[in-house]
Design a protein around this ligand. Sequence first.
Ligand code: SF4
Ligand code: SF4
Length: 386
Amino acid sequence: MTEASKAPTLAKFASPVDRFHLELEPLKEAGMKLAGIYCVFAPVELVRAAGAVSVGLCGKKQAPIPEAERVLPANLCPLIKSSFGYAATATCPYFNATDFILAETTCDGKKKMFELMNSIKTVHMMRLPTDKSPEAQALWLAEMRRLAAFLAERTGQTVTDEALRREIALQNRIRRALLDVAAFMSEARPPISSLDLMGVCESRTFVLDQEAYLNDLLALRGELEELRAKGSSPYRQGAPRILLTGTPVGRGSEKVLRLLEEAGAVVVVLENCTGIKGVVGLTDENAADPFAALAKRYLDTPCSCMSPNTGRFALIDDLTRQFQPTGVVDLVWQACHTYSVESHSLSRHVTEDLGLPFLKIETDYTESDVEQLRTRIEAFLELQTH
Ligand code: SF4
Ligand code: SF4
Protein backbone atom coordinates (compact mmCIF):
# COMPACT_ATOMS: atom_id res chain seq x y z
CA MET A 1 0.00 0.00 0.00
CA THR A 2 1.17 3.54 -0.66
CA GLU A 3 0.65 6.49 1.70
CA ALA A 4 -2.41 8.66 1.08
CA SER A 5 -4.44 11.33 2.82
CA LYS A 6 -7.46 10.13 4.71
CA ALA A 7 -10.92 11.66 4.61
CA PRO A 8 -11.19 13.74 7.86
CA THR A 9 -14.72 12.50 8.63
CA LEU A 10 -13.38 8.95 9.05
CA ALA A 11 -12.30 10.03 12.56
CA LYS A 12 -15.99 10.17 13.52
CA PHE A 13 -16.33 6.42 12.91
CA ALA A 14 -13.10 5.51 14.72
CA SER A 15 -14.24 5.06 18.35
CA PRO A 16 -17.96 4.26 18.31
CA VAL A 17 -18.13 3.41 22.02
CA ASP A 18 -17.30 6.99 23.11
CA ARG A 19 -19.89 8.39 20.75
CA PHE A 20 -22.43 5.82 21.95
CA HIS A 21 -22.06 6.86 25.60
CA LEU A 22 -22.30 10.55 24.75
CA GLU A 23 -25.48 10.00 22.77
CA LEU A 24 -27.00 7.52 25.21
CA GLU A 25 -26.92 9.60 28.37
CA PRO A 26 -29.58 12.21 27.44
CA LEU A 27 -31.77 9.54 25.87
CA LYS A 28 -31.71 7.41 29.02
CA GLU A 29 -32.42 10.48 31.14
CA ALA A 30 -35.49 11.07 28.97
CA GLY A 31 -36.60 7.47 29.67
CA MET A 32 -35.88 6.08 26.21
CA LYS A 33 -35.45 2.29 25.90
CA LEU A 34 -32.44 0.67 24.23
CA ALA A 35 -32.88 -2.56 22.26
CA GLY A 36 -29.87 -4.84 21.63
CA ILE A 37 -29.80 -6.42 18.16
CA TYR A 38 -27.62 -9.16 16.64
CA CYS A 39 -28.61 -9.56 13.01
CA VAL A 40 -29.46 -7.50 9.98
CA PHE A 41 -32.90 -9.13 10.17
CA ALA A 42 -33.76 -6.84 13.11
CA PRO A 43 -36.10 -4.11 11.76
CA VAL A 44 -34.56 -0.99 13.30
CA GLU A 45 -37.23 1.17 11.65
CA LEU A 46 -39.86 -0.50 13.82
CA VAL A 47 -37.79 -0.09 16.99
CA ARG A 48 -37.37 3.61 16.33
CA ALA A 49 -41.01 4.10 15.31
CA ALA A 50 -41.94 2.74 18.76
CA GLY A 51 -39.87 5.47 20.40
CA ALA A 52 -36.86 3.27 21.27
CA VAL A 53 -33.33 3.09 19.82
CA SER A 54 -31.15 0.08 18.98
CA VAL A 55 -27.51 -0.95 19.22
CA GLY A 56 -25.65 -3.81 17.48
CA LEU A 57 -24.25 -6.46 19.84
CA CYS A 58 -22.91 -9.18 17.52
CA GLY A 59 -19.78 -10.60 19.24
CA LYS A 60 -16.62 -10.11 17.16
CA LYS A 61 -13.84 -10.58 19.68
CA GLN A 62 -12.06 -13.63 21.12
CA ALA A 63 -11.79 -12.28 24.71
CA PRO A 64 -15.11 -13.58 26.19
CA ILE A 65 -15.06 -16.95 24.36
CA PRO A 66 -13.29 -19.04 27.06
CA GLU A 67 -15.95 -17.98 29.55
CA ALA A 68 -18.74 -18.77 27.07
CA GLU A 69 -17.28 -22.27 26.60
CA ARG A 70 -18.07 -23.04 30.23
CA VAL A 71 -21.70 -23.16 29.09
CA LEU A 72 -21.68 -23.57 25.30
CA PRO A 73 -19.97 -26.36 23.35
CA ALA A 74 -16.45 -25.46 22.13
CA ASN A 75 -17.27 -26.53 18.55
CA LEU A 76 -19.78 -23.73 18.02
CA CYS A 77 -19.32 -20.71 15.74
CA PRO A 78 -17.09 -18.06 17.41
CA LEU A 79 -19.66 -15.33 16.72
CA ILE A 80 -22.26 -17.12 18.85
CA LYS A 81 -19.77 -17.88 21.63
CA SER A 82 -18.44 -14.32 21.64
CA SER A 83 -21.97 -12.85 21.72
CA PHE A 84 -22.98 -15.07 24.62
CA GLY A 85 -19.64 -14.57 26.40
CA TYR A 86 -20.10 -10.80 26.44
CA ALA A 87 -23.57 -11.19 27.93
CA ALA A 88 -22.45 -13.76 30.53
CA THR A 89 -19.43 -11.74 31.68
CA ALA A 90 -21.15 -8.33 31.56
CA THR A 91 -18.04 -6.96 29.82
CA CYS A 92 -19.73 -5.32 26.82
CA PRO A 93 -20.77 -1.71 27.53
CA TYR A 94 -23.36 -1.90 24.77
CA PHE A 95 -24.99 -5.09 26.13
CA ASN A 96 -24.94 -3.72 29.67
CA ALA A 97 -26.79 -0.59 28.57
CA THR A 98 -29.64 -2.41 26.81
CA ASP A 99 -33.13 -2.82 28.26
CA PHE A 100 -34.01 -5.89 26.19
CA ILE A 101 -32.76 -8.00 23.29
CA LEU A 102 -34.31 -8.55 19.85
CA ALA A 103 -33.44 -11.92 18.34
CA GLU A 104 -34.50 -14.00 15.36
CA THR A 105 -34.61 -17.76 14.76
CA THR A 106 -31.72 -17.71 12.27
CA CYS A 107 -29.23 -20.61 12.53
CA ASP A 108 -29.69 -23.39 15.09
CA GLY A 109 -26.71 -22.46 17.27
CA LYS A 110 -27.80 -18.85 17.53
CA LYS A 111 -31.43 -19.47 18.39
CA LYS A 112 -30.51 -22.04 21.07
CA MET A 113 -27.95 -19.59 22.50
CA PHE A 114 -30.69 -16.95 22.73
CA GLU A 115 -32.69 -19.33 24.95
CA LEU A 116 -29.80 -19.21 27.43
CA MET A 117 -29.33 -15.48 27.04
CA ASN A 118 -32.96 -14.96 28.01
CA SER A 119 -32.04 -15.84 31.60
CA ILE A 120 -29.57 -12.90 31.61
CA LYS A 121 -31.79 -10.33 29.87
CA THR A 122 -35.26 -10.47 28.29
CA VAL A 123 -35.05 -11.74 24.70
CA HIS A 124 -37.89 -11.10 22.27
CA MET A 125 -37.58 -13.82 19.61
CA MET A 126 -38.91 -13.23 16.10
CA ARG A 127 -39.77 -16.43 14.22
CA LEU A 128 -37.89 -16.00 10.96
CA PRO A 129 -39.13 -18.16 8.06
CA THR A 130 -36.53 -19.74 5.77
CA ASP A 131 -38.05 -18.92 2.37
CA LYS A 132 -40.06 -16.20 0.64
CA SER A 133 -43.28 -18.09 -0.14
CA PRO A 134 -46.64 -16.30 0.45
CA GLU A 135 -47.02 -18.31 3.71
CA ALA A 136 -43.55 -17.20 4.83
CA GLN A 137 -44.33 -13.56 3.98
CA ALA A 138 -47.55 -13.77 6.02
CA LEU A 139 -45.73 -15.27 9.02
CA TRP A 140 -42.98 -12.62 8.91
CA LEU A 141 -45.54 -9.82 8.63
CA ALA A 142 -47.32 -11.26 11.68
CA GLU A 143 -43.95 -11.31 13.48
CA MET A 144 -43.46 -7.63 12.64
CA ARG A 145 -46.83 -6.83 14.21
CA ARG A 146 -46.04 -9.01 17.26
CA LEU A 147 -42.76 -7.10 17.66
CA ALA A 148 -44.64 -3.79 17.45
CA ALA A 149 -46.91 -4.98 20.30
CA PHE A 150 -43.89 -6.04 22.40
CA LEU A 151 -42.20 -2.67 21.82
CA ALA A 152 -45.39 -0.75 22.66
CA GLU A 153 -45.55 -2.63 25.97
CA ARG A 154 -41.96 -1.58 26.75
CA THR A 155 -42.08 2.01 25.55
CA GLY A 156 -45.73 2.89 26.05
CA GLN A 157 -45.79 4.10 22.43
CA THR A 158 -47.92 2.49 19.73
CA VAL A 159 -46.31 2.31 16.29
CA THR A 160 -48.27 4.46 13.84
CA ASP A 161 -48.03 4.17 10.06
CA GLU A 162 -46.81 7.75 9.98
CA ALA A 163 -43.91 7.11 12.40
CA LEU A 164 -42.99 3.92 10.59
CA ARG A 165 -42.96 5.68 7.20
CA ARG A 166 -40.70 8.40 8.64
CA GLU A 167 -38.18 5.82 9.93
CA ILE A 168 -38.34 3.80 6.71
CA ALA A 169 -37.48 6.95 4.73
CA LEU A 170 -34.52 7.71 7.05
CA GLN A 171 -33.08 4.18 6.83
CA ASN A 172 -33.50 4.23 3.03
CA ARG A 173 -31.50 7.47 2.87
CA ILE A 174 -28.79 5.95 5.07
CA ARG A 175 -28.61 2.82 2.90
CA ARG A 176 -28.37 4.93 -0.28
CA ALA A 177 -25.57 7.03 1.25
CA LEU A 178 -23.69 3.91 2.39
CA LEU A 179 -23.97 2.40 -1.08
CA ASP A 180 -22.60 5.64 -2.56
CA VAL A 181 -19.60 5.50 -0.19
CA ALA A 182 -19.04 1.78 -0.89
CA ALA A 183 -19.19 2.50 -4.65
CA PHE A 184 -15.82 4.31 -4.43
CA MET A 185 -14.26 0.83 -4.12
CA SER A 186 -15.14 0.18 -7.77
CA GLU A 187 -12.36 2.64 -8.77
CA ALA A 188 -9.05 1.18 -10.03
CA ARG A 189 -7.40 2.90 -7.02
CA PRO A 190 -10.11 3.60 -4.40
CA PRO A 191 -9.73 6.71 -2.18
CA ILE A 192 -10.60 4.76 1.01
CA SER A 193 -9.24 1.51 2.45
CA SER A 194 -11.58 -1.43 2.92
CA LEU A 195 -10.72 -1.58 6.65
CA ASP A 196 -11.84 2.03 7.04
CA LEU A 197 -14.96 1.29 5.01
CA MET A 198 -15.72 -1.70 7.27
CA GLY A 199 -15.61 0.67 10.27
CA VAL A 200 -17.98 3.09 8.56
CA CYS A 201 -20.52 0.32 7.84
CA GLU A 202 -20.18 -1.21 11.30
CA SER A 203 -20.73 2.15 13.02
CA ARG A 204 -24.27 2.26 11.63
CA THR A 205 -25.43 -0.07 14.40
CA PHE A 206 -23.64 1.82 17.20
CA VAL A 207 -24.66 5.40 16.39
CA LEU A 208 -27.92 6.23 18.17
CA ASP A 209 -28.41 9.57 16.41
CA GLN A 210 -29.10 8.17 12.96
CA GLU A 211 -29.65 11.61 11.37
CA ALA A 212 -26.14 12.60 12.52
CA TYR A 213 -24.78 9.34 11.09
CA LEU A 214 -26.42 10.14 7.75
CA ASN A 215 -24.88 13.62 7.73
CA ASP A 216 -21.45 12.11 8.45
CA LEU A 217 -21.89 9.74 5.52
CA LEU A 218 -22.79 12.62 3.21
CA ALA A 219 -19.73 14.59 4.39
CA LEU A 220 -17.53 11.53 3.87
CA ARG A 221 -18.87 11.08 0.36
CA GLY A 222 -17.90 14.68 -0.49
CA GLU A 223 -14.38 14.21 0.93
CA LEU A 224 -13.89 10.97 -0.99
CA GLU A 225 -14.89 12.74 -4.19
CA GLU A 226 -12.14 15.30 -3.57
CA LEU A 227 -9.55 12.60 -2.81
CA ARG A 228 -10.54 10.75 -5.97
CA ALA A 229 -10.14 13.92 -8.02
CA LYS A 230 -6.59 14.28 -6.62
CA GLY A 231 -5.81 10.64 -7.42
CA SER A 232 -5.17 9.90 -3.73
CA SER A 233 -5.45 6.22 -2.77
CA PRO A 234 -3.93 3.81 -0.25
CA TYR A 235 -3.64 1.22 -3.02
CA ARG A 236 -1.21 0.60 -5.87
CA GLN A 237 -2.27 0.28 -9.50
CA GLY A 238 -3.05 -3.29 -10.65
CA ALA A 239 -3.49 -4.85 -7.20
CA PRO A 240 -5.63 -8.03 -7.09
CA ARG A 241 -9.26 -7.17 -6.34
CA ILE A 242 -11.09 -9.44 -3.91
CA LEU A 243 -14.80 -9.87 -3.24
CA LEU A 244 -15.02 -11.14 0.34
CA THR A 245 -18.20 -13.09 1.05
CA GLY A 246 -19.44 -15.42 3.79
CA THR A 247 -19.80 -14.90 7.52
CA PRO A 248 -19.78 -11.43 9.18
CA VAL A 249 -16.58 -9.55 10.07
CA GLY A 250 -15.96 -6.44 12.15
CA ARG A 251 -13.47 -4.81 14.49
CA GLY A 252 -11.87 -7.77 16.29
CA SER A 253 -12.75 -10.41 13.71
CA GLU A 254 -11.21 -8.77 10.63
CA LYS A 255 -8.25 -11.22 10.53
CA VAL A 256 -8.85 -12.45 6.97
CA LEU A 257 -9.62 -8.99 5.60
CA ARG A 258 -6.40 -7.68 7.13
CA LEU A 259 -4.33 -10.61 5.79
CA LEU A 260 -5.70 -10.05 2.29
CA GLU A 261 -4.73 -6.39 2.39
CA GLU A 262 -1.32 -7.10 3.93
CA ALA A 263 -0.69 -9.49 1.04
CA GLY A 264 -1.32 -6.62 -1.40
CA ALA A 265 -4.99 -7.09 -2.36
CA VAL A 266 -7.79 -4.55 -2.42
CA VAL A 267 -10.89 -6.00 -0.78
CA VAL A 268 -13.24 -4.18 -3.13
CA VAL A 269 -16.45 -5.32 -1.50
CA LEU A 270 -17.62 -7.10 1.64
CA GLU A 271 -20.68 -9.04 0.55
CA ASN A 272 -21.43 -10.30 4.07
CA CYS A 273 -24.09 -8.99 6.46
CA THR A 274 -21.69 -6.53 8.12
CA GLY A 275 -21.05 -5.12 4.64
CA ILE A 276 -23.28 -4.76 1.59
CA LYS A 277 -25.81 -7.52 2.42
CA GLY A 278 -27.26 -5.46 5.26
CA VAL A 279 -27.53 -2.35 3.09
CA VAL A 280 -28.86 -3.40 -0.32
CA GLY A 281 -32.59 -3.46 -0.87
CA LEU A 282 -34.67 -0.44 0.05
CA THR A 283 -38.11 -0.56 1.65
CA ASP A 284 -40.96 0.59 -0.62
CA GLU A 285 -41.85 4.05 0.75
CA ASN A 286 -45.09 4.23 -1.25
CA ALA A 287 -46.58 0.88 -0.21
CA ALA A 288 -50.13 1.01 1.18
CA ASP A 289 -49.04 -0.96 4.28
CA PRO A 290 -45.61 0.09 5.64
CA PHE A 291 -45.51 -3.02 7.90
CA ALA A 292 -45.87 -5.28 4.85
CA ALA A 293 -43.25 -3.29 2.94
CA LEU A 294 -40.83 -3.62 5.86
CA ALA A 295 -41.49 -7.35 6.22
CA LYS A 296 -40.79 -7.87 2.52
CA ARG A 297 -37.55 -5.90 2.63
CA TYR A 298 -36.13 -7.83 5.58
CA LEU A 299 -37.20 -11.25 4.32
CA ASP A 300 -35.23 -10.55 1.13
CA THR A 301 -31.94 -10.60 3.13
CA PRO A 302 -29.74 -13.21 1.40
CA CYS A 303 -28.34 -14.89 4.54
CA SER A 304 -27.41 -18.59 4.39
CA CYS A 305 -30.21 -19.29 6.91
CA MET A 306 -32.53 -18.95 3.90
CA SER A 307 -33.24 -22.07 1.88
CA PRO A 308 -32.76 -21.81 -1.02
CA ASN A 309 -30.56 -18.73 -0.74
CA THR A 310 -30.56 -17.72 -4.41
CA GLY A 311 -30.47 -14.04 -3.44
CA ARG A 312 -26.81 -14.39 -2.36
CA PHE A 313 -25.78 -15.68 -5.79
CA ALA A 314 -27.69 -12.88 -7.54
CA LEU A 315 -26.09 -10.30 -5.24
CA ILE A 316 -22.60 -11.67 -5.95
CA ASP A 317 -23.33 -11.45 -9.69
CA ASP A 318 -24.37 -7.79 -9.32
CA LEU A 319 -21.35 -6.96 -7.16
CA THR A 320 -19.02 -8.69 -9.64
CA ARG A 321 -20.36 -6.45 -12.41
CA GLN A 322 -19.96 -3.31 -10.29
CA PHE A 323 -16.64 -3.95 -8.51
CA GLN A 324 -14.81 -6.12 -11.06
CA PRO A 325 -13.08 -8.49 -8.61
CA THR A 326 -10.25 -10.72 -9.82
CA GLY A 327 -11.06 -13.37 -7.17
CA VAL A 328 -13.63 -14.38 -4.55
CA VAL A 329 -12.80 -15.39 -0.96
CA ASP A 330 -15.50 -17.16 1.05
CA LEU A 331 -14.93 -16.77 4.80
CA VAL A 332 -16.65 -19.38 6.97
CA TRP A 333 -16.45 -19.28 10.75
CA GLN A 334 -15.65 -22.69 12.18
CA ALA A 335 -18.79 -24.74 12.89
CA CYS A 336 -21.02 -22.47 10.80
CA HIS A 337 -22.90 -25.18 8.95
CA THR A 338 -25.11 -22.98 6.79
CA TYR A 339 -22.27 -21.00 5.18
CA SER A 340 -19.97 -24.03 5.05
CA VAL A 341 -22.47 -26.17 3.14
CA GLU A 342 -23.45 -23.29 0.85
CA SER A 343 -19.78 -22.79 -0.03
CA HIS A 344 -19.87 -25.83 -2.32
CA SER A 345 -22.52 -24.43 -4.68
CA LEU A 346 -21.02 -20.96 -4.44
CA SER A 347 -17.60 -22.27 -5.47
CA ARG A 348 -19.13 -23.88 -8.55
CA HIS A 349 -21.04 -20.70 -9.43
CA VAL A 350 -18.01 -18.44 -9.02
CA THR A 351 -15.55 -20.63 -10.93
CA GLU A 352 -17.86 -21.94 -13.67
CA ASP A 353 -20.39 -19.13 -14.22
CA LEU A 354 -18.30 -16.09 -13.31
CA GLY A 355 -14.92 -17.55 -14.33
CA LEU A 356 -13.16 -16.27 -11.20
CA PRO A 357 -10.76 -18.04 -8.82
CA PHE A 358 -12.37 -19.01 -5.50
CA LEU A 359 -10.87 -19.63 -2.06
CA LYS A 360 -12.78 -20.96 0.95
CA ILE A 361 -11.25 -20.09 4.31
CA GLU A 362 -12.54 -21.74 7.47
CA THR A 363 -11.19 -20.20 10.65
CA ASP A 364 -12.06 -18.76 14.07
CA TYR A 365 -11.28 -15.58 16.03
CA THR A 366 -7.85 -16.74 17.33
CA GLU A 367 -4.51 -15.80 15.80
CA SER A 368 -3.21 -19.40 15.88
CA ASP A 369 -3.53 -20.00 12.12
CA VAL A 370 -2.42 -16.58 10.87
CA GLU A 371 0.82 -17.73 9.23
CA GLN A 372 -0.86 -20.71 7.59
CA LEU A 373 -3.62 -18.44 6.25
CA ARG A 374 -1.07 -15.90 5.05
CA THR A 375 0.65 -18.57 2.95
CA ARG A 376 -2.64 -19.74 1.40
CA ILE A 377 -3.76 -16.16 0.69
CA GLU A 378 -0.43 -15.19 -0.89
CA ALA A 379 -0.58 -18.25 -3.15
CA PHE A 380 -4.17 -17.40 -4.12
CA LEU A 381 -3.28 -13.78 -4.94
CA GLU A 382 -0.23 -14.86 -6.90
CA LEU A 383 -2.62 -16.31 -9.49
CA GLN A 384 -4.16 -12.89 -10.01
CA THR A 385 -1.14 -10.60 -10.20
CA HIS A 386 -0.59 -8.96 -13.53
S1 SF4 B 1 -24.93 -14.24 8.68
FE1 SF4 B 1 -27.18 -14.23 8.92
S2 SF4 B 1 -27.53 -15.17 10.91
FE2 SF4 B 1 -25.36 -14.61 10.84
S3 SF4 B 1 -25.28 -12.57 11.76
FE3 SF4 B 1 -25.52 -12.27 9.57
S4 SF4 B 1 -27.72 -12.06 9.20
FE4 SF4 B 1 -27.43 -12.96 11.23
S1 SF4 C 1 -21.75 -17.24 11.31
FE1 SF4 C 1 -23.03 -19.04 10.86
S2 SF4 C 1 -23.19 -20.22 12.76
FE2 SF4 C 1 -22.42 -18.17 13.27
S3 SF4 C 1 -24.26 -16.98 13.79
FE3 SF4 C 1 -23.88 -16.62 11.62
S4 SF4 C 1 -25.08 -18.19 10.51
FE4 SF4 C 1 -24.93 -18.82 12.69
